[in-house]
Design a protein around this ligand. Sequence first.
Ligand SMILES: *Cc1c(COP(=O)(O)O)cnc(C)c1O
Length: 364
Amino acid sequence: MRVTPRLEIDLRKIECNARNLVQRLAQKGISVTGVTKSVLGSSEICHALLKAGVIGIGDSRIENIESMCHHDVLAPFSLIRSPMLSQIQRVVNSANVSFNTDINIIEQLSHFSLQKNIIHEVILMVELGDLREGIMPKDLMGIVAKTLLLPNINLKGIGCNLACRSGVIPDESNMSELSSLAESIELFFGIQLEVVSGGNSANLSWAFHCLNTGRINNIRLGESVFLGCDPLHRKPIEGLYSNAITLIAEVIESKTKPSQPWGKTAQAAFDCQTSALCDKSSPSDNSISQAILAIGIQDTDVAGLRPPSRVNIIGASSDHIILEADLQLGDEVRFGVNYSAMLRSMTSPFVSKQYLRTSNPMNP
Ligand SMILES: *Cc1c(COP(=O)(O)O)cnc(C)c1O
């Protein structure tokens, strides 16, 4: 049965994308953690990533990790956002590893791990310029010292995250700073860090082109695997599918209508600008073919949709997207999605998810 709106998710293409990146990065001594936060911790997608050779699954939400556990996904799970103080027990119960920047939280992780008689692993995140999460480099040694003293906590490594808040590009300079911080910790404390995690999909250019990746032996990938594109410039990555995920919506009205509204106008539901354009008292006779889709701002990021040719998006509200297009009632329209549109649709309960397993994709 046709269900709309829906996302068609081609698991083979996602698996191919992940395998391509895993293999190219392996040549650089870098492993891949698959990041599932943008796909609501989908266990189907998780299985595809694991088949492709990712070494573990990272998610920013404990709810997603719990859901993957309940769906019997067997993988090391990393909580890649700092745990909330109010969720420590859940973190210790479901995540093997968590990314941390605050010693108070690590103390609580230690407390509950001790109670449960398990070892919880910790990656310390370092601030290298993007100004999102991270310990300032000058404070790192002190926090490492305190972490090493805590019972039932294993310092698994360090990491950083760039490009997400301020768009700071991962490059030779900030990546070699991360490497030397790892070396200093190992030298000073006489320990071995198992993981030095350099960043996210925005690190791919650096990873492919730099001659010496230093101590960095892991990156965490979401967007590049699902959408086949490099988030720094949103350009397609060679050899990857950029059409693994498609959003499909259904036409619920199709009529010939004037191209401009009439009557006096003020603000529309999602428009802060008051259009001065329009104060027409009667419809113009400049008409277009207008179609309405049963999907809206509640279900996706309309600005992140790529419509097919001869279809233009000319408006949207909570539950409607308005097109200039020659379509009939009941027609389906297929859109490519960017990260924001994918994220919103994947996490919307109103958009059904259809997994394609049987496709035989031709070369991208
Ligand atoms: C979201 C996120 C990632 C993955 O980012 P992509 O751009 O989707 O590859 C990696 N690490 C952290 C800490 C994140 O929050």
